[in-house]
Every structure is written in structure tokens, then in C-alpha cells.
Design a protein around this ligand. Structure first.
Ligand code: NAD
Length: 485
């Protein structure tokens, strides 16, 4: 019998499901059991061509609609998404293995927030009038044209919406390629947009690996590329886009610092560290995986952290009581287990976890290492799994320098009751998305993105509009034209 997660077809182009079984088969594996639940096929060159030509043609008409009309469609899509939140969350759980306890509140709901927010902004994308005596200049905020979105596997619904909603609000069309690991959810986003009244061809989904992504990025018809992925992929995609002088948004990886001062509220700091390391089993780009704890509260912090981490409920992700799910794939599990082994070999102290969980599926115990030093591999590389490194520090100056000593710059957090210090420390940290006495909140109203190797551009908020539109300036002369000859 066909599994309920199996989509009608692999791709969604011009308002309908499209199949081409000549593409490489991509198995969809449910991470909690290892069972194959669906198959999709990578886009063939013919499918890529169909998606790009359709999106290119649809964009012109879409951009001619008023912002109010486009916004109404996006807001209707947000409502439909919320109505179907439970089914979409179940699908997200099948796609990623993340517990339903999380997907019910963080995936389709976040996607719906983006559709609603950018739907609301669509009507207010105006230009300026610049008086110059009798003459004047006016500016228009125009769409970029055809945008390509490429997603990572940790938040498939959210990523499709965080890219699709601002792109469409500005009058662009999009071809979206989900991660080959989680190909299911973006198809639902495309279906919902059509149901909400979006013209066919405005938002299309094609499946495939890096090769398909590469074909999309290098096509001369494409005006903008927005990627969520790792730094190595980001460097390749950025270079390919630059060769065609295309706009880019790069949402890449991180190794973010979370700094906890002696005066912090211990339970809030522990809660921040748990949210910043173990949500989605640690598969979150902005995670605060280098937890710097001031020496005075170190042992108290570790004891409370171990106690609370012991309360994680590993189990069937479809059971709403489960609070900690498997890694997305066997491969990702093995990568993370490799880092845990390295952490032990390099002398870090295991406070809790430190091994695969004794159950079916790709589960790793939530793991905390203490006595981690700056040179250790687990303190330098992005692990993308449930592995927290706790490092000691003594002074503010020292911790800021050490926190910044990384190629990454996605996020940073600080826990302290001293607000002057909190703002000073955040001001000195090289990161794009920061938190004071909190960690990993990502409301659509706030800009999200990194500095240094962690990325270029911002998603969400009014900032995203700047990255999906461009300004045309028009000089208007009222008098005669003077010329030298
Ligand atoms: P990845 O870099 O392996 O793949 C990301 C996407 O790029 C996939 O869809 C993949 O098929 C595609 N791709 C790969 N090579 C390509 C190429 N040459 N041209 C075009 N497309 C190509 O990343 P992943 O393993 O899917 O996701 C995990 C990474 O994503 C982590 O580093 C994580 O930090 C990052 N991430 C960042 C954010 C953020 O917003 N900053 C959010 C989630 C994940």
C-alpha cells in the first residue's frame, strides 16, 4: 500500500504535479524507523527547463498585479496553512523525523507567519519622491524577476515559505528546490499557494541533488538565488551566481557562542542552552553550540543542565509526548557520532549522553561535553547534531575575543542580569542574529541571517524585501534640455 507521505508526483510546475521517472530516484526515509516512505525523482534537464520557462513567463503578469492583490493571496495561503497545520506537521515529521511536539508549533506555523507578514507588506512597497527644484526624481521598488530558492533539510516547510513569501510579495516568481533529504513539504506549499489563488507558474518546485541546484543557479534567466545550506555549498553557489551577476541571499552554517555570566539566572541560562542545542536534535543553523560559562557558576550550571537534559523524552516522533527525535539520516547520525568520538579522544569530559540511543531509528542521546577548549574539533566545526560544548571563561574581554575567533558569525547569545554588560557584549560580538537572556527565537518580524562565512543578506522582516527587490530611479525634467552643442 502506498504510504500517505508519498506525493502525487515529484515536481510541481505551472500549477500542477508533474512526473518524469527518467530522473534519478530519490528515496525518502523516515528517520524514526529507517523505513522508505516515498520516492521522488530528480529533475531531468527537461523538467528544469519546464520549471524555469514557466516561472519566467508567469512573473511578468504576477508583477503587474497590485501589491494588495498579491498580498491577499499570500494571506489566504497563510490561513489555509494554519487550517491544515496538523496534517502539514505530520508530513514535516515524516520528512525530517522531528517530533510532532515541535512540528506542530514551529514549521507550518512559521511558514504561515511568513506568508501573512509578507502578504501584509506587499501593498506598501512604494518608492520615493525626491524634489529637485522644478524637476524631480521618483523611485520605484521593482521585482528582481525569476528567483531560485534552494533549501536545507532541517525546516523544509519553513524554508520554502521564508524564501517564497517575500519573493512573491515583491512580484517575483520562484523555482524552489528542496533538499533531496526532505523533498515532501515544499510540494504542499506550492499546492496551497494555488488553492489560495496564486497564478500557475508563480511558485514551482523541482526535486534533485546539487546538480539540479547547479543547473538552476547558472541559468541566465535566473535573477536571484537564495540558498539555505552549509558554508562549502554556499561558497560554490555564491561563486556560480556571481559569474552571472545574480543577486544572492546566503543562509549558511554557524558555530555560535552562548555566553553565560556568573550573575545569570541559572534555570533561564540552562533553558537557553537546551533550546540552543537540542531543539530539532541540534539540527539548527543558529544553535549556540559553544556555551561559554563563567567559572563561578560552572559546576552549578553543569549539574542543573545534566539534570534537565535527563528529562528529554526520546521516542516515537508522532507521539506528542516525545520531546527529542532522531537525526534526519543515518549518514548525519554517523557524522555526529564521529564528532562525539573526537570530543572524547581530544579530552573533553562527557557530562551526559555521548552515544547512539539504544532504539530503532537514527537517535543520538543529547550530549554535553565540559572542559572543552578552543582548539578542540568539537569547538571549531559545525556538528549539526545534539552535541553541546561547554567552555570555561573568566573575564568579559577574554570571552568576547574567544567567541569571535571563528570563521562563522550567524548567532550569539548572552545571559546576565547586568543589562549594561549584556548590550556591551552583544555590541562586540560578530554575529547577525543575537539574543539577550534568550536563545533561538526567530519571529518573522526580526531580520535573520549571518555575518562572516555564515552568510550574505537577511531573511524575514522588512530587510528581506530589500533582498527580493531593486530600486529604479527616474529623473523627470520639467524645462528644456541644455547641451554643450
Ligand atoms: P547542504 O549545503 O549540503 O545543501 C543545501 C542545499 O544545497 C541542498 O538542497 C543541496 O541539494 C543544494 N546543493 C548542494 N550543492 C549544490 C550546488 N553545487 N549548487 C546548488 N545547490 C547545491 O546543506 P544541508 O546539509 O542540507 O543543510 C545543513 C546546513 O545548512 C548546515 O550547515 C546548516 O547550518 C545550514 N543551515 C543554515 C540555515 C540558515 O538559515 N542560516 C538554516 C538551516 C540550515
Amino acid at each position: 500500500m502506498t504510504h500517505p507521505a508519498q506525493p502525487k508526483a515529484s515536481h510541481f510546475i505551472n500549477g500542477e504535479y508533474v512526473e518524469d521517472t527518467a530522473g534519478t530516484p530519490i528515496p525518502v526515509i523516515y528517520a524514526a524507523t529507517g523505513e522508505q516512505i516515498a520516492t521522488v525523482y530528480a529533475a531531468t534537464p527537461a523538467i528544469v527547463e519546464q520549471a524555469l520557462s514557466t516561472a519566467k513567463a508567469a512573473q511578468k503578469e504576477w508583477a503587474k498585479m497590485t501589491g494588495t492583490e498579491r498580498g491577499r493571496i499570500l494571506r489566504r495561503a497563510a490561513d489555509i496553512m494554519r487550517e491544515h497545520n496538523h496534517d502539514l506537521s505530520v508530513l514535516e515529521t515524516y520528512d525530517t523525523g522531528k517530533p510532532l511536539q515541535e512540528t506542530l508549533v514551529a514549521d507550518a506555523t512559521s511558514g504561515a507567519d511568513a506568508l501573512e507578514y509578507f502578504g501584509g507588506l506587499a501593498a506598501s512597497l512604494t518608492g520615493e519622491h525626491i524634489p529637485l527644484g522644478e524637476d524631480w526624481v521618483y523611485t520605484k521598488r521593482e521585482a528582481l524577476g525569476l528567483c531560485v530558492g534552494i533549501g536545507a533539510w532541517n525546516y523544509p516547510t519553513q524554508i520554502a515559505c521564508w524564501k517564497g513569501a517575500p519573493a512573491l510579495a515583491c512580484g517575483n516568481s520562484m523555482v524552489f528546490k528542496p533538499s533531496e533529504t526532505t523533498p515532501l513539504c515544499a510540494l504542499k506549499v506550492a499546492e496551497i499557494l494555488i488553492e489560495a489563488g496564486a497564478p500557475a507558474g508563480v511558485f514551482n518546485v523541482v526535486q534533485g541533488m546539487g546538480e539540479v541546484g547547479g543547473a538552476l543557479v547558472t541559468d541566465p534567466r535566473v535573477d536571484k538565488v537564495s540558498l539555505t545550506g552549509s558554508v562549502p555549498t554556499g561558497k560554490k553557489v555564491y561563486a556560480a551566481a556571481a559569474a552571472g551577476m545574480k543577486h544572492v541571499t546566503m543562509e549558511l552554517g554557524g558555530k555560535s557562542p552562548l555566553i553565560i555570566f556568573d550573575d545569570a539566572d541559572i534555570d533561564n541560562a540552562v533553558g537557553g542552552a537546551i533550546n540552543g542545542n537540542f531543539y530539532s536534535s541540534g539540527q539548527v543553523c543558529s544553535n549556540g553550540t559553544r556555551v561559554f560559562v563563567q567559572k563561578g557558576i560552572k559546576e552549578k550550571f553543569l549539574a542543573r543542565l545534566a539534570e534537565r537534559t535527563g528529562n528529554a523524552i526520546l521516542g516515537d516522533p508522532m507521539d506528542e509526548a516525545t520531546s527529542f527525535g532522531p537525526m534526519v539520516t543515518e549518514n548525519q547520525m554517523n557524522i555526529v557520532l564521529g564528532y562525539i568520538k573526537k570530543g572524547k579522544e581530544e579530552g573533553a569530559r562527557v557530562i551526559c549522553g555521548g552515544a547512539r540511543a539504544d532504539m530503532d531509528g537514527y537517535y543520538i542521546q543529547p550530549t554535553v561535553f565540559a572542559d572543552v577548549t578552543d582548539e578542540m574539533t568539537i569547538a571549531r566545526e559545525e556538528i549539526f547534531g545534539p552535541v553541546m560544548s561547554v567552555l570555561d571563561f573568566e573575564t568579559e574581554e577574554e570571552v568576547v575575543a574567544r567567541a569571535n575567533d571563528t570563521e562563522f558569525g550567524l548567532s550569539a547569545g548572552v545571559f546576565t542580569k547586568d543589562f549594561t554588560r549584556a548590550h556591551r557584549v552583544i555590541g562586540n560580538l560578530e554575529a547577525g542574529s543575537c539574543f539577550i537572556n534568550s536563545y533561538n527565537d526567530a519571529p518573522v518580524e526580526a531580520p535573520f541571517g549571518g555575518v562572516k562565512a555564515s552568510g550574505v543578506g537577511r531573511e524575514n522582516s522588512k530587510e528581506a524585501i530589500k533582498h527580493f527587490s531593486q530600486v529604479k530611479s527616474v529623473y523627470v525634467r520639467m524645462g528644456d534640455v541644455e547641451a554643450a552643442f
